[in-house]
Design a binder for this molecule. Structure first.
Ligand code: NAP
Length: 661
């Protein structure tokens, strides 16, 4: 039986977050207004929505079906629908909306299953059955399919079971929500004073998403009124705060509390956490299970450059941007050209006296001309007024990402090229080169420096709408690729011996990502230390979630779960949280205390993942990136499709575990 750790508290039923995000204002506008709104709409998602709420399947007839993926560098507008199909869709769409407006708008949100299937089938290619559970979960019409579907009092009446969640970022919020739904007693420890994780910490100028927002959001809290496709940090943070508040979970969160260590007690089959609060006071708390949601991109990495300490100006890291940093009129160095630098540079360039960007390797860029655009007013209006249009829009974006650009990253053994790894990867490279050529056609010097000599998708690809090139072409901006030799009291000396004077050095040099769960000290069964005795610098987990010898410890954002080019990190996190909930249910239903992953599935799984990564651009290329650990193994990346990860985590395989207690 599970040990009696703690008197159970009875969490109040979770606030209905689904409901909070599913309120639609009444449609009460003119015909012309509706016509204009449909002009601005994304059509495939609109046609599916209208068919669902009106029941009229002529809106999703075969001649209106979007060809959809595959995609190369850009996604075709309206999924590649022909002009003729678009015109017909708009005409039918306007008619359907007028009818809906005039017909009482009594949509109840419970479509017949056959109608829902027809709408899904209209948007996707291939076999609906193969994708059904994944797609229904992501669509989430009428039902929150990620809900655990069990409660502690039902599964293990009288059992006292307490779970710790470490971190209140996106994954921690997802975990807390699911635990709350199951009426499991839990506490969230958050080292910051607010929820949001990286979206709270990263406040550098220009910080915004580079994954489309409707897909990069929690399945159970779909917000219809995102202002942009790629929203800015304040909007994303406000969203996460609203979710936490709507769900009533803040009272479970201990802010300003960092977990320094946790130790598994074999006799009691419990974890004892060592928690340090904002005043430095240390407490020890006992839990039956732990879900880590600490993220991977939150421990800044500043390169060990000789002389760094001697610099008399100011040094900052992108992730710890000081509120009082004044850049106006300053000579600024920006070190790094990854995702963070790419957003910082163009945002600060106009205000500084001089900006020098220090680049080691240029990034590959995905042409995204609309990257900073607001969602068009008509589309905004539709998202807020047409029931579930936002959900269908999310679903459509999700579907595009299910395969996404993954096939373009495939290593082909018979492909012999100095840079690309396969035919499709070469196609992607050519598409990106063409975009680069257009950006720098007047500056061959910059074109040369900005052209990568490694395969696209070997590192994270960046969203580009031209602002980076425009920045580099400004007279007071320079791109230096000479290499940094040392930092001096007044600036940076490059490898050609030239001294560059600066007032501020900004390090946009990334994070210590490969050391998962560091700096926590985690001691499992038989006193084994997770980092020292188990991982030794090469972190692995079964499904990225569990590690043999560390019972009832579930990770989110664990080893080999990051998607490079298909999908959003939130999808993976939700898969992991839902898997952890299934595992907990099993333990509780069996009346056992804990489960521990067996070595065999752990080893086989990791061999399979490693083999998959070697067949992808990021695993095969001889580039360094945060996807790889110091031994060169791709320890971050998930090499297969989203459907594969979904299928693996959707069912809890009890035989993969041994049971304690
Ligand atoms: P990053 O992608 O790891 O980029 C670090 C940059 O610093 C690279 O250009 C790297 O060059 C350079 N660098 C490292 N050490 C250096 C040195 N000693 N001298 C010169 N340059 C050096 O870090 P990041 O830009 O912070 O992004 C990390 C991840 O966070 C992203 O991949 C993404 O997943 C996430 N992120 C997301 C968003 C978003 O959603 N909008 C925004 C920011 C970050 P090399 O390429 O040569 O190593």
């Amino acid at each position: 039986m599970a040990p009696q750790v703690h008197a159970p508290t009875t969490p109040a039923a979770s606030g209905d977050v689904m409901e909070r995000f599913s309120r639609f204002a009444k449609i009460d506008v003119s015909d012309d207004f509706i016509r204009q709104a449909v002009e601005d709409a994304d059509l495939p998602a609109l046609m599916a929505t209208l068919a669902m709420i009106t029941g009229d399947t002529s809106l999703i007839a075969a001649d209106l079906k979007p060809p959809s993926p595959p995609m190369l560098t850009t996604i075709a507008p309206h999924g590649g629908m022909s002009q003729q199909a678009q015109e017909k869709a708009r005409r039918l769409g306007v008619g359907a909306l007028l009818k809906y407006r005039d017909g009482g708008q009594a949509y109840q949100g419970k479509p017949p299953p056959a109608l829902l299937d027809a709408c899904v089938q209209y948007l996707i290619r291939g076999d609906l059955e193969e994708h059904r559970s994944l797609l229904e979960h992501e669509l989430g019409i009428a039902q929150d399919l990620g809900a655990p579907g069990w409660t502690l009092p039902e599964v293990a009446p009288g059992a006292r079971f307490r779970v710790a969640v470490i971190g209140a970022g996106v994954s921690g919020i997802a975990a807390a929500y699911r635990l709350q739904q199951s009426q499991v007693d839990f506490t969230v420890y958050e080292k910051s004073e607010e929820v949001g994780g990286v979206w709270w910490e990263n406040r550098y100028p220009g910080c915004r998403l580079d994954t489309p927002n409707f897909a990069y959001s929690l399945s159970f809290a779909q917000k219809p009124d995102w202002p942009q496709q790629f929203s800015r940090q304040p909007e994303i943070h406000a969203y996460l705060k609203t979710v936490a508040e709507s769900a009533g979970m803040r009272r479970h969160i201990r802010f300003g509390s960092e977990v320094d260590a946790m130790r598994f007690d074999e006799q009691r089959a419990t974890w004892t956490l060592t928690v340090r609060d904002r005043c430095g006071a240390v407490t020890h708390e006992e839990f039956n299970a732990v879900i880590t949601a600490v993220g991977i991109l939150n421990r800044p990495s500043i390169p060990d450059i000789p002389g760094l300490d001697s610099f008399r100006g100011r040094t900052v890291h992108s992730a710890t941007w000081p509120k009082d940093l004044e850049l106006a009129g300053k000579r600024v160095a920006l070190v790094g050209t990854g995702a963070s630098a790419f957003q910082i540079g163009p945002s600060i360039a106009d205000g500084v006296a001089q900006l020098t960007v220090f680049q080691r390797n240029p990034p590959w860029m995905l042409p995204t001309p609309t990257y900073h655009d607001d969602i068009k007013p008509g589309m905004q209006w539709l998202l807020n007024h047409v029931p579930y249009y936002g959900r269908w829009y999310r679903f459509w974006q999700f579907w595009i990402a299910v395969e996404g650009r993954l096939p373009l990253t495939e290593v082909e053994d018979d492909w012999d090229h100095p840079i690309s790894v396969g035919r499709k990867n070469e196609e992607l490279r050519q598409g990106c080169l063409e975009w680069l050529g257009r950006q720098y056609q007047d500056r061959p010097d910059l074109l040369e420096k900005m052209t990568p000599n490694y395969p696209p998708a070997a590192k994270r690809m960046l969203r580009d709408n031209g602002v980076w090139a425009a920045m580099l072409k400004k007279p007071h901006v320079a791109l230096n690729t000479t290499g940094i030799e040392r930092v001096t009291p007044t600036g940076i000396q490059t490898q050609d011996g030239v001294l560059h004077d600066f007032d501020v050095i900004i390090f946009a040099t990334g994070f210590k990502a490969s050391d998962f769960l560091a700096p926590m000290k985690i001691t499992g069964r038989n006193g084994r230390d997770l980092h020292r005795d188990c991982w030794a610098g090469d972190c692995r987990a079964y499904l990225g979630i569990t590690v043999p010898g560390f019972p009832n410890l579930f990770m989110t954002g664990g080893p080999n779960t990051a998607v490079v080019i298909n999908g959003s990190a939130i999808f993976s996190s939700e898969c992991q949280v839902e898997y952890a909930m299934r595992a907990l249910r099993h333990v509780l239903a069996c009346g056992r205390a804990a489960l521990d992953c067996k070595e065999k599935p752990f080893t086989a799984y990791n061999a399979w993942v490693d083999a998959g990564n070697l067949k992808r651009a990021w695993g095969a290329a001889r580039t360094t990136s945060w996807y790889k650990n110091s031994s060169g193994r791709a320890s971050q990346t998930w090499p297969y499709g989203l459907l594969d990860y979904w299928n693996l985590t959707a069912k809890f395989q009890a035989d993969d575990y041994e049971y304690l207690g």
